[in-house]
Design a protein around this ligand. Structure first.
Ligand SMILES: [Fe+2]
Ligand SMILES: [Fe+2]
Length: 371
């Protein structure tokens, strides 16, 4: 007599080892590295694992005196920027594995998301350690940070998407929701929301940190630590999100999710971008400024990042912000390995998502899409 186990724990009936869906496929059984169905995800997982680092690699003590002696505008801009980064990475450190645990059904994809979640813990801990080491009474700074309303409202748009996915995921786990397209779409939007947060919002925030460090020469250890974080985000997390979405798009459910969610994705990109622009204007208000960087340049950087996301989904003709194709902040090249990532993205672009091609309505032939 065959023994079966609770399916959500170990699915003895599993028959899709050769083609496990990333989310909401058949419940998982053996952890499988034999059928490598998502080699790109596995590669990114290994890269992330191999470049593990520690929040205490940097000695932040020199920042203590610098926070005391720098001018008030620099202090404020630094604190407000750290506030958002700390909050957003606290969200990331909790939500990625948390939301995806009940629904992820690929060994490769799960490994990557867990590893990225671990990395988000390093990021969140880094901000916490920066504050702990840079101030005489870190508790006061913690409260000061939580009081920055503008940085909390900057998190609102993606928080709603994350919260919806969280509830959907656990309703599904408890059997209160079927494994249907609606459930799939909510998780799909979580992955889109995370991409918007990492590619648009974090990049906007890092540009301010690096602008302060370059412009004032202060806070070098913070700059170095945030550079590690920025490289993780830009070179791994963003690429991982895009790769997952490309793989999902090769499936019928993934394509349906994209088609049904196009307007929601567009609204999300527009809203995230406009909230970043509002934030940028706020950051540059009340007399705050950055040496060598204007508010306009910083806004163009937001548009530049948002353009990348819009183009990824083939939605660049529909967004309500100006497309910026040239990097307006040259200094970001030296903080991130931008050209390296762009080169590898371009190779993929030729075989990309091809959403732009797929949704062309000027021809009604069915395209041979070769991913
Ligand atoms: Fe992060
Ligand atoms: Fe991230």
């Amino acid at each position: 007599m065959s023994q079966s186990l609770p399916t959500k724990v170990f699915n003895t009936e599993k028959s899709d080892y050769a083609f496990p869906e990333i989310i909401l496929g058949q419940e998982v059984g053996l952890f499988d590295t034999i059928n490598k169905f998502y080699p790109e995800l596995w590669k990114l997982y290994k890269t992330q694992k191999n470049q593990d680092w520690d929040e205490n690699e940097f000695d932040y003590s020199s920042c203590n005196v610098q926070f005391k002696t720098c001018d008030k505008h620099t202090y404020d801009m630094m604190i407000k920027t750290l506030a958002w980064q700390w909050e957003a990475d606290s969200v990331a450190a909790r939500s990625i594995a948390g939301v995806l645990a009940p629904v992820c059904t690929s060994s490769e994809a799960w490994s990557g998301w867990v590893e990225i979640t671990k990395n988000e813990i390093v990021h969140a801990a880094t901000y916490s350690e920066i504050v702990r080491n840079s101030f005489d009474s870190p508790d006061d700074i913690l409260n000061e940070i939580l009081a920055v309303q503008e940085s909390l409202s900057r998190l609102r748009v993606v928080s709603e998407v994350f919260n919806n996915a969280f509830e959907t995921s656990y309703d599904y786990a408890r059997g209160a929701r079927p494994n249907d397209q609606e459930t799939y779409n909510a998780i799909y939007m979580f992955i889109v929301g995370l991409l918007c947060m990492e590619r648009i919002q974090f990049m906007a925030s890092f540009a301010v940190t690096f602008g302060i460090v370059d412009g004032t020469g202060l806070f070098q250890p913070i700059g170095k630590a945030v550079q590690k974080i920025a490289q993780d985000e830009f070179e791994i997390h963003v690429q991982y999100g895009k790769e997952v979405l490309r793989a999902m798009f090769k499936t019928e459910r993934g394509r349906t999710a994209f088609e049904q969610s196009q307007q929601t994705i567009l609204d999300l990109i527009n809203e995230v971008t406009s909230s970043e622009v509002d934030w940028t204007e706020y950051a540059f208000s009340e007399g705050r400024e950055l040496t060598g960087v204007t508010c306009e340049m910083m806004k163009d950087w937001v548009y530049f990042s948002a353009t990348d996301v819009a183009k990824f989904f083939g939605l660049q003709d529909k967004v309500d912000f100006p497309l910026v194709e040239e990097n307006p902040l040259r200094y970001m090249e030296s903080w991130l390995n931008m050209s390296k990532v762009q080169a590898s993205n371009q190779e993929e672009d030729t075989a990309q998502y091809k959403v732009g091609v797929m949704k062309r309505d000027d021809q009604d032939e069915v395209f041979e899409v070769d991913f």
